[in-house]
Ligand binder design. Structure first.
Ligand code: GYE
Length: 340
């Protein structure tokens, strides 16, 4: 304890000396800030504010549980969890609330990428590191500490590559193909990236045409409604690509109600993203051709970032997670290891 106090006083002196002559009203290191408040506390608990998007999908639930189970009291954390309720304004407000509470770190899963500059600036001015997780923000990277998540554009390209392989296996690569896309939430970087990857790859095939696009907001209910709309307007869909598993589950309900065949053997070719356990079952049942994995278990990486910052280490600006692609051919062997 003594050693830590001496270290803290030294750090404070260094800070005071180096800031000599400048107007410095804020302490920029979370270690220093916590020391000021925790003088008489034996334990220096780390307070982490976590702003989540909401509860739109099973992927999201797995992501939320992963954070709540990682930042536990037993490990010295106090987690302040905020459910964004699928409302971007509520998320921005939550960021100001957490800043006012003087939390040590903020982890942000932003619903949409725009609209974060001001709140990020204020967090930075108050010396609170912000770790962006999962979806990204559209802001100058100097305004936040780092981002941890998936390469969404590459996920979109992977989905198109699976379709190429599948068509080749069936000897259908030269057939004209009508594609429908169920998109995620407008303005969300996961939807923007996946759509960009898909558009780019689809444009590379002269015989592939996107004939319908609907936003299903990443939810199962809206996935079903959007698919109904698509089916009302088109009876010639060859491929359905859904930007997450829950939306394709909803779309499957819509197709079942109309007795429209889909999957590996007959009818509409189905491809989605996330690779939930339920999607593995659909692949085993040959109802889903493939699901591009998107890893929701990001809390361990966010915690490693916080530990590095606590130890005064530099952290990378962008940290990508490793992800695979699963198809009806390998789902049977991989389902046992699925955690979500
Ligand atoms: O695909 C979807 C979720 O941002 C990657 O959001 C995430 C997406 C995920 O609700 O299921």
């Amino acid at each position: 304890m003594r050693k830590r106090n001496v270290a803290i006083i030294c750090l404070m002196l260094v800070f005071l000396l180096t800031s000599c002559g400048e107007e410095q009203s804020v302490v920029t290191s979370p270690v220093l800030k916590r020391a000021e408040f925790a003088e008489d506390k034996e334990d220096h608990q780390i307070t982490v504010g976590f702003i989540q998007t909401g509860k739109e999908s099973d992927w999201r639930d797995a992501n939320t549980n992963n954070f709540l189970n990682t930042f536990t009291e037993g490990k010295g954390y106090r987690m302040v969890y905020v459910d964004g309720n699928s409302d971007p304004k509520r998320q921005v407000k939550a960021m100001y609330d957490l800043i006012a509470q003087k939390v040590d770190y903020i982890i942000l899963d932003p619903i949409v990428e725009d609209g974060w500059d001001e709140a990020l600036k204020v967090a930075g001015d108050q010396g609170i590191p912000v770790i962006i997780s999962d979806r990204n923000v559209n802001a100058d990277p100097s305004l936040y500490t780092c981002w941890v998540g998936s390469d969404f554009q590459e996920e979109g390209r992977k989905a198109a590559r699976i379709l190429e392989d599948f068509l080749e296996k069936k000897g259908r690569e030269d057939e004209p193909l009508n594609i429908a896309i169920l998109e995620g939430t407008e303005g969300a970087s996961a939807a923007i990236g996946r759509t960009a990857g898909l558009n780019e790859s689809i444009a590379g095939h002269k015989n592939w045409n996107i004939v319908a696009r609907e936003c299903g907001n990443f939810t199962q209910g809206e996935g079903k409604q959007s698919m109904e709309k698509i089916l009302d307007g088109h009876d010639d869909i060859d491929v359905l690509i859904s930007e997450n598993d829950n939306m394709i589950f909803g779309a499957m309900d819509a197709m079942d109600e109309r007795d429209i065949p889909y999957g590996v053997d007959d009818g509409i070719i189905t491809i989605s993203f996330d690779a939930l356990k339920e999607a593995f079952q659909k692949m085993i049942d040959r109802k889903l051709v493939a699901s591009v994995e998107c890893n929701p278990l990001l809390a361990g990486t966010a915690e490693a970032v916080i530990k590095d910052l606590e130890n005064g280490k530099k952290v990378k600006k962008k940290i990508y997670t490793d992800e695979a692609v699963f198809t009806y051919e390998n789902a049977g062997t991989s389902i046992v290891n699925r955690a979500y």
